[in-house]
Design a protein around this ligand. Structure first.
Ligand SMILES: Nc1ncnc2c1ncn2[C@@H]1O[C@H](COP(=O)(O)OP(=O)(O)OP(=O)(O)O)[C@@H](O)[C@H]1O
Ligand SMILES: [Mg+2]
Length: 591
């Protein structure tokens, strides 16, 4: 039984407190299929989110199987399924792969036979079996809704909350989905609550909850709806609602609620007697705690959640393999990555001609005339300036291109899939497993891009210094930019915001580094610690052979930093960025 006692959800609007959910009291027994209807903006989604625990109630209490959810913690992820209105699957994956990943992330299983059995059962239940190898991208609206349901059913939830899963569908598909939800509520004593603005197919529900401005105007059997509102047709209910204030509807409902609950009880007894309603749990489902256990130990609900959830490594491996699969399915993405990987180093080598020029030394033999000596000095200095600025420029170019690759790697990584991630986190995905899978995936890109850049450029115009140290700095600058943009991606609301900010960040690396344009010293001292490109450039310059280093030094002063400072600063950049990404990934960010 789910019971709401005087539940309110309050927000502050223009300084005043407003109840979006206003003193809602309802009882929903096991195996019940309830519609939540009402005009747009009346608080249906808000009420559903309050039940799900996404909106903490400001007043009142929620009870679930004699457990006080307000005091003893919300539903565990395996107890509840929440199907939001937006699509929660990745376009490039197939139906089967989507359901498999959902199962692997949410349910602990003994062996692959059990996993397959669970997936097949859910596909069959939702009628997706025949199209299991179709990719999500080509599914119809109705099929996508079924998939959304399937991905929730993998954990055998005892309560299923659906938000507008029929909106935008043609009448036939709408009926099929309502019928499917009805059937899902007939098994295992599962409660199904479905928010809808449609007043069609109401006869399939056990009860209808009519909301008006956050208040209950009616909760009773569908066949009594028109009678209660004194209208001929259900379509007239909404206009009728608008005819009087919601407080009056609420007051009048409170007078009549007992008799309508009596009718619901009778209907239910009839359904059980007819054998239409099966309240026994599904033996195929993973074992869960029964009410007796919970009475003895209310905290057991959460312990149960921990034991039923797959471990960190299992979730990590599922996410990582899914990430690679999505990467390789997206031809455009693979092509872009390859193009960048190949073209950027080629671009650098176009400039390597001058950098490989000779730097003449001063001759040991003194010139016999002063004029010749001055001429020699001038020519050596001009060599140094030419080669020095070419080498410094090439290193800076490499570093900036790798910073650009870094931002391209991760700017959209989390922000673009945020709704899916929030949904999975709500279903029990550990933020640490998620972030670790991102780090593992991105590390492969970073290492491939940086090493290829180092080798390729070295092959055409050898790096005149310690190649290994230079390569490490290239990896570090790419890793630093990738981590910073990952943090931006985790903290921003949309992928567009995250991309824009990341691009600006790379664009400002070059001017703010002070390596190309001279900044006023007091500004430079402030900006430099934050500019990853500067530290990778400076560290690489320090790794040059002494003669070449001297040539660079003759054009630009690099004496301020030593290599350890460069390693240290880039390391700090990466750690701080990953810390910020962790904060962003943990923070709930529902739409
Ligand atoms: N976190 C929030 N802060 C401020 N206002 C909110 C918040 N959440 C919802 N609202 C407002 O509360 C009202 C109810 O929103 P809700 O999304 O629950 O409506 P709904 O009944 O689901 O509507 P629809 O049928 O259009 O989906 C709306 O006016 C909405 O703008
Ligand atoms: Mg809504």
């Amino acid at each position: 039984m789910l019971e709401l006692q005087d539940v309110c959800f309050t927000i502050k609007k223009d300084g005043a407190e407003t109840n979006l959910v206003d003193h809602v009291s309802i009882k929903v027994p096991k195996g019940h299929f309830m519609a939540i209807v009402g005009p747009s903006g009346c608080g249906k989604t808000t009420l559903l989110k309050t039940i799900a625990g996404l909106n903490p109630e400001s007043k009142g209490a929620l009870f679930w199987e004699s457990r006080n959810l307000s005091e003893e913690g919300d539903f565990s992820p395996s107890e509840m399924g929440y199907v939001p209105q937006f699509s929660i699957a990745y376009d490039p994956l197939t139906v089967d792969e989507s359901v498999e990943a959902a199962t692997r992330l949410r349910v602990k299983y003994k062996d692959t036979a059990e996993l397959d059995h669970r997936i097949d059962r859910v596909l069959e239940e939702t009628g997706l079996g025949p199209i299991s190898d179709r990719v999500v991208k080509v599914l119809s609206g109705g099929q996508k809704r079924r998939l959304g349901l399937a991905m929730e059913l993998v954990s055998d939830p005892k309560i299923l909350l659906c938000d507008e899963v029929t909106s935008g569908l043609d009448p036939r598909s709408e009926r099929e989905i309502v019928r499917l939800l009805h059937d899902l509520s007939r098994k295992d004593g599962r409660i199904v609550l479905s928010v809808t603005h449609s007043l069609a197919h109401l006869e399939l529900y056990d009860s209808i909850l009519v909301l008006h401005e956050g208040r209950v105007a009616f909760h009773g059997p569908p066949e009594r709806l028109t009678h209660y509102f004194s209208v001929k047709d259900t379509e007239e209910v909404y206009p009728r609602l608008a005819s009087q204030a919601s407080e009056r509807w609420q007051a009048s409902w409170q007078k009549h609620s007992a008799s309508y609950y009596g009718m619901l009880e009778k209907n239910r007894a009839r359904h059980i007697a007819n054998g239409e309603l099966h309240l026994k749990p599904n033996p195929a489902a993973a074992p869960t705690l029964d009410a007796n256990d919970l009475e003895k130990n209310p905290a057991a609900g959460h312990a149960d959640m921990e034991t039923r959830l797959p471990g960190f490594f299992s979730q990590f491996a599922t996410l990582l393999s899914r990430r690679w699969r999505i990467f390789f399915r997206d031809r455009g993405q693979v092509f872009l990555q390859l193009a960048i990987l190949i073209c950027f180093p080629v671009l650098v080598t176009l400039f390597s001609d001058k950098a490989s020029g000779n730097i003449r030394r001063y001759s040991d033999v003194r010139q016999n005339d002063v004029f010749a000596e001055i001429q020699e000095q001038q020519s050596v200095r001009s060599d140094q300036a030419k080669v020095g600025s070419a080498i410094s420029g090439i290193i800076m170019f490499q570093v900036v291109l790798l910073a650009l690759m870094g931002s391209n790697n991760s700017a959209r990584e989390i922000a673009a899939e945020r709704p899916i991630y929030e949904k999975e986190k709500f279903g029990g995905l550990r933020p640490m497993a998620y972030l670790s899978s991102k780090i593992a995936f991105l590390s492969c890109l970073v290492i491939a891009q940086s090493l290829w850049m180092a080798f390729f450029v070295n092959f055409f115009g050898p790096f005149r210094g310690d190649f290994i140290q230079h390569s490490i700095f290239l990896i570090l600058v790419n890793a630093s930019m990738t981590s910073i943009c990952l943090a931006i991606s985790a903290l921003m609301r949309t992928a567009e915001q995250a991309s824009l900010l990341s691009i600006y960040l790379v664009g400002f690396q070059l001017p703010l580094s002070g390596a190309v344009l001279a900044l006023p010293e007091h500004i430079e001292a402030f900006t430099r610690p934050f500019v990853s490109a500067y530290w990778a450039w400076s560290g690489s310059v320090e790794a040059l052979q002494s003669q070449v280093h001297g040539a660079v030094q003759s054009v630009i002063d690099t004496s301020l930093s030593n290599q350890n400072a460069c390693y240290f600063t880039l390391g700090i950049h990466i750690l701080v960025a990953l810390g910020m990404a962790w904060i962003g990934a943990r923070r709930p960010q529902w739409e």
